[in-house]
Design a binder for this molecule. Structure first.
Ligand code: DGJ
Length: 733
């Protein structure tokens, strides 16, 4: 609900459990007055204290009043160059060389339904409401529109900003953030999700220190190294307790999340497109739209925050034609063959897969152009006839005849120098004449800021898609951007290329979404190098990591789960020893871990034993029986795999709390292991739950408060699953 009080100029946004408030003050400065657990309302600006602070200057209108300073006030969108020395939200450069921005409130609009952002991903929903606040920097004649989307049931508040040049001369934008959030406290921890290729999104938590702490990417993608999602929380917040604020940016390129603990123990979080190499020129009448950010506050710990993000992402961000249907269990040939395959090898794997219950065959990298290794071929999206005689027209019907659907790997944003495309259009790659290209995996990046380049790729892929019955694409992206310079635009516009690249990517993805509504696209960037909410708007699942080792995946999937729902995490059972770390884990455990995601296999099934095949059949059966519980239920982290090396456990609970699936995986074994009694979460204390279809049953309160005795399992990396279903009679009967 959005409430506006005309007299006090206070805007209050209520969700089911939270309240967010701001106020235009006497000088039309937009102050942030409150964000936290739901309260009744009123004007909360009484929380702001006005004191004379040395070296915190006072704006002209305040005369000689020394107690009013932008340097101390909590603001909704911080200014630049006018006496607030904390992180700015916006930086403008005018023709006269000045870099000053001082936006004041001029008006508002309230609408039913959620705003949209042209060309950018955004949460959607008719049930939501929109508030638009209009501000203006009079001297530069630049307008600022702050957008707020309120989704009551998810406790979700979205934000975005539009900068409009209303003057007659060009304005250069060096920064335009999506979100500025001021807190009148600094006793907070910051949690970020960091890592590297094959070890993404590991949580790091530390109390705020004085000064600015930031995570960011300058790689052109959101990156393996840092995720555009952060949490600020009470020092003692845990899964069930404490106030926490999750902030998510829906953007897949260079981002920055900066947090400042300032001199008077206030905190400011600013999130948006990274100002690094960013300079966007707005001619008269032109607009820049800052991507959407989304906030969820939980008064009772991380579990509630994560579950609300999961619901919001599943129901109001993913545009997934498959959402209410089970997605096919897939087998991907990458780890089985790498580039070394032909049609016969693929059909052999498919023949082994179909009888096990696998429904989709995905042909990974190596099927096109001169692609026999990663040295060439990218850009030439026509079938390699040596490997696949007769092309997809011949191969796909053979797969379909086995009762399997067919999917295809692509890497549309890339080009190898050894390709017909590069020989014809060397200037289509990002890079500068006169400077050597920096190669990443021996490849260059296509200039996706250019419509002509995108059009060519679209046409080429459309030809591929129309040549056969293809239901799935894996959209990969295997390097970071360098020499970011476009041959298609003038020098003065080169600061726009990073951002225009992302807009171009979204434009192409949207085109596929519109033209092929039933096509399932899985995102990928060397695994989880672009695992972000921006991509999820176009690709409802993303290959979570190139690391398929079940034990490392416990950590990766744990970290990812703080924001992103399990249905978005591509997770496959692969062969052992694992490619990434040579670890050997039991097939059973690999299945337990992978089925807590968008499930599939990534191994040569023609090399599995009869016993292994029987287990795979069981795994697929379990997944098919419980996919709804796994993908649409509430997710509970029962342990932290970074703290507890002995075992990791998690749980999916159905919305009506009548069903639950508990997964439990042990670490490397030590002699005489301790007894484990695992306390479950989210059950109905009054119900009696039957365990794994046996005679064994327990009351919900017993399972949650006393726990479940985990049977002793010897050997490394063992696992078990407990499927709990409420018996008809209640425990008290
Ligand atoms: C990186 C991906 O993450 C892998 O799964 C695989 O598709 C390779 N690229 C293929 O080059």
């Amino acid at each position: 609900m959005i409430a506006y009080d005309k007299e006090s100029m206070v805007f209050t946004l209520h969700t089911c459990h939270t309240t967010y408030q701001m106020k235009a003050d006497a000088y039309c400065v937009l102050l942030h007055t409150y964000y936290g657990p739901r309260i009744s309302g009123g004007d909360l600006s009484n929380l702001i204290q006005y004191t004379d602070r040395g070296f915190s200057p006072n704006p002209g209108e305040a005369g000689h009043c020394r107690t009013y300073s932008l340097d101390t006030l909590p603001q909704e969108y911080s200014s630049c160059g006018v006496g607030d020395f904390r992180i700015p939200s916006i930086e403008l450069e005018l023709e006269d060389g000045s870099r000053i921005a001082d936006f004041r409130y001029t008006g508002f609009e309230i609408h039913k339904g959620k705003y949209t952002l042209e060309g950018l991903p955004a949460f959607y929903g008719d049930q939501a409401e929109t508030l638009i606040l209009f501000l203006e920097d009079t001297a530069s004649q630049v307008g600022l529109e702050l957008y707020y989307g309120v989704f009551e049931q998810y406790d979700l508040i979205t934000r975005a900003a539009r900068v409009v040049n209303k003057g007659t001369v060009p304005v250069r934008l060096h920064q335009a953030s999506s979100l500025c959030l001021d807190f009148q406290r600094s006793d907070l921890d910051l949690i970020t999700f960091d890592g590297r290729h094959v070890m993404e999104r590991c949580p790091n938590r530390a109390p705020l220190r004085p000064g600015v702490q930031r995570v960011s990417s300058v790689r052109g993608t959101s990156s393996h190294q840092h995720n555009p999602f952060v949490i600020l929380c009470d020092h003692d917040a845990n899964e069930e307790y404490g106030l926490c604020f999750g902030a998510l940016l829906l953007y897949s390129g260079n981002f920055e999340a900066a947090v400042e603990r300032s001199q008077f123990e206030n905190t400011r979080l600013v999130m948006g497109v990274n100002p690094y190499h960013f300079c966007y020129t707005l001619e008269q009448g032109e607009v820049f739209t800052a991507p959407e950010a989304a906030l969820i506050c939980s008064p009772c710990g991380f579990t509630r925050m994560s579950q609300q993000f999961h619901r919001a992402i599943r129901q109001a961000l993913l545009r997934d034609a498959h959402q209410d249907r089970r997605k096919p269990v897939l087998v991907n040939n990458w780890e089985a063959t790498h580039f070394d395959f032909d049609a016969e090898k693929l059909v052999e794997i498919a023949k082994e897969s179909a009888p096990l219950g696998i429904e989709l065959f995905v042909m990974d990298d190596g099927w096109f152009g001169s692609r026999d290794s990663d040295l060439g071929g990218l850009g030439d999206w026509s079938v390699n006839q040596n490997k696949l005689p007769g092309g997809l027209e011949a191969l796909v019907p053979r797969i379909n005849q086995l009762g399997m659907q067919f999917g295809l790997w692509i890497e549309p944003e890339m080009i190898n120098e050894d390709s017909a495309l590069y020989r014809a259009h060397p200037d289509w790659a990002l890079g500068m004449p006169g400077r050597a290209h920096t190669r990443g995996r021996s490849q260059l990046v296509l200039d996706f800021s250019r419509a002509d380049v995108r059009e060519h790729i679209y046409q080429a892929l459309q030809t591929v898609l129309s040549s056969a019955n293809i239901v799935y694409l894996k959209w990969d992206m295997n390097r970071s951007l360098s020499e970011v310079w476009s041959a298609a635009i003038p020098a003065s516009r080169q600061g726009e290329v990073y951002h225009r690249y992302v807009l171009g990517l979204y434009d192409l993805l949207e085109r596929f979404h519109q033209d092929y509504p039933g096509l399932l696209i899985e995102g990928c960037s060397g695994g989880g190098g672009r695992f972000d909410a921006g991509m999820l708007y176009y690709t409802p699942q993303i290959w979570c990591s190139d690391n398929t080792d079940a034990i490392d995946r416990l950590r990766i999937q744990y970290g990812t789960s703080f924001c992103y729902p399990v249905c978005t995490m591509g997770a496959h059972v692969s062969a052992v020893p694992n490619e990434s770390n040579e670890r050997i884990t039991p097939l059973k455990t690999r299945g337990v871990v992978a089925m807590s995601g968008a499930f599939g296999y990534e191994m040569d099934l023609s090399k599995t034993t009869t016993e292994e095949k029987e287990l795979i059949v069981q795994q697929i059966h379990t997944y098919k029986a419980h996919w709804k519980l796994i993908h649409q239920g509430d997710y509970y982290r029962l342990t932290d795999p970074f703290q507890n090396q002995a075992y990791t456990a998690w749980e999916h609970v159905s919305q009506d709390r009548r069903e639950a699936l508990v997964s439990y995986v042990t670490g490397s074994i030590h002699a005489a292991p301790p007894f484990v009694t695992l306390r479950l979460k989210g059950l109905d204390p009054q119900l009696c739950y039957q365990v794994n279809g046996s005679e064994e049953s327990y009351r919900g309160d017993v399972l949650m408060l006393a726990g479940y005795p985990i049977p002793m399992m010897l050997g490394d990396y063992q696992s078990l699953q407990l499927y709990l279903i409420a018996k008809d009679e209640t425990a008290s009967q």
